[in-house]
Design a protein around this ligand. Sequence first.
Ligand SMILES: C[S@@+](CC[C@H](N)C(=O)[O-])C[C@H]1O[C@@H](n2cnc3c(N)ncnc32)[C@H](O)[C@@H]1O
Length: 471
Amino acid sequence: MILPAVVNVADFDPERCLEKGQVLDIPDPHHVVRGSIEWLSSQGLLKKIDGCLRASEKGKTLFGLASAIRDYTSQYESILAALEVLLGWRDGPVPALPKIFENGSRFAIDALIPPAVTFLHECPSRENPKVSAGALLLAGKTRLREILPEALGSREIRIFLSALRKRDLLQFRDHDRLGLTDKGKKVMVLGGFAGLITSYYTAYPHLTEMAKGQLSYGLKGDVFRHAELNARASNGIIEIKVAPKIIELFREDATLSQTLAECGGIALDFGAGGGEMVQKFLKCENITKAYGMDINPATVKEARRLAARNGIPEERAEFLEGSIVDRDFLRTFKSGLGPGVKPVCTINFILHDVGPKLARRFLKNYREVLGDAPLVITESFRVPLKTMEDHPDQQASLFKFMHDLSGQHLYYKQEFEDILGSEGFETKSQVSHSSMHWAREDKRFKTIVTYVVQARADTQKGAYGDASLCA
Ligand SMILES: C[S@@+](CC[C@H](N)C(=O)[O-])C[C@H]1O[C@@H](n2cnc3c(N)ncnc32)[C@H](O)[C@@H]1O
C-alpha cells in the first residue's frame, strides 16, 4: 500500500524536491500526511533529517513516478466495485476494471493483491457455498470447477488470479487446476488482513483531500471504510486466535466462569462487527444468550445475515445498534436483562477505533452502570517507529498507516494500561496473542493482548449490590 502514500506526500511537494534528492519541509503535517510519511519511512523510502524529509534512492525513483502511480490509485474504488459484484454483495454486471490493470506492471499488481486475496478469502466456493474458495485452496483442493463460482470466466477474476500468480502466491497447475504456493498459504490464512487493507480502498484515492480538510473521514463523513469488509476485516485474527482464547477464558478464568455460571449466562460483545465473537459465545456451554452491538447499521445487518446463514436463531444471538459511549444503551441493556442478571462483556479492537477520550468515557459509563460485571478487552498495540523501520516486512507499519489515515489511535501498551488503571479498572489476567521481536535491541513488544478487567470495588456505584449475589 505504498502507492497511495507516495501520491499523498507528492501532493505536498509541488517543487518535486523529493525526486530531485532535495529536502522537503511539510510544516505541521495533518495526521493523514504524517501517517503516509511514517509508513514510507518504515519502508526505507523517506528519511527525516532535522525535521525535514529526504528520499532514499529507491524513494527518489518512486516520487519521480508519482503521476503515473496516481493513475492506479485513482482507480481503487473501481477495483472495490468489481469485487463487490464478484462476491455477490451488489447486483448487476461486473464493472470493468480499467485496462491499466491488465498490463502486469508492479503498480497494477500492488493495487490488485489485497482485493484478489480478499476475493478468494470471501468468495463462497462452488462445491460448498458455506466454505470459501480460499479455505478450499488451503485444504489442498485444486480443481477450478470446485473452487470458483460460475463467474469463473470473468475478465476481472482472471485479472485477480493473474496478479496473485505474478506475486508468487498462486500457481496454475494446468488449465483446470490451481494451488496456493507456500507464500500464498501464509497470506490466505490471514486473509482478513487483506480484507482490512481493501476496506480502505474507499479512502486511499482521497488522502490528500482528507489531509486538506476538503473531505472528512468517518461513519457520517464523506469517506468511510467499506462496511462489509470492515465487519469481516479482523475476522482472521478474531477467528483464529482471539475468540477461541476468550472462550477458553470463559471456562477457565474464575471471575468469568463464576459470573457466567451464577449470574444468568449472558454475554455481550461491544463493536461486534460481523459477529464472529458472538457466534463463538454460543460454543460456550455457560452462555445462554449472546448479544452483539455495533454503531454501524450496515455492519449490524451483515452480522444478522451471517448468523442466520449459520442457522443461529435470534433467540440465541441478537444484534443491536448502538454506540459504546451511549450510557442509555447500557442502562436499557441492563434493565432488559432483569434484576441481578449480570453480563460478561467483551470489546475487541474497538477502543483504539474511538480514541482515548471516548475509551475513557466508555470505561466510566461501564463501571457506573454495570459495576463489577467482568469485561474482556482485546487491543492491538503499536510499536516504536524505529522498530518498524528495522522490520519493514512486518504488518505493524502498514497496520499503523491504516489507523493513521482514518484518525484512529493505536495505543502503546503502557499508555493503554494507564487508561485502564486511571479509570478504576483492575486487571485480573492478560494473555498475549502476538508479539514483535526487535532484533537490534533484542526487545519483544506484545502487539495483541486480551485483558480480563473488573472495576475496582472502590470505584463502582454498587450496580449489583453485593458482588457475590447475582440473582
Ligand atoms: C475493527 S472492527 C472490530 C470488529 C470486531 N470487534 C472484531 O474484532 O472482529 C471495529 C468495529 O467497531 C465498530 N465501532 C466503531 N465505533 C463504535 C462505537 N462508538 N460503538 C459501537 N461500535 C463501534 C465499527 O462499526 C466496527 O464494526
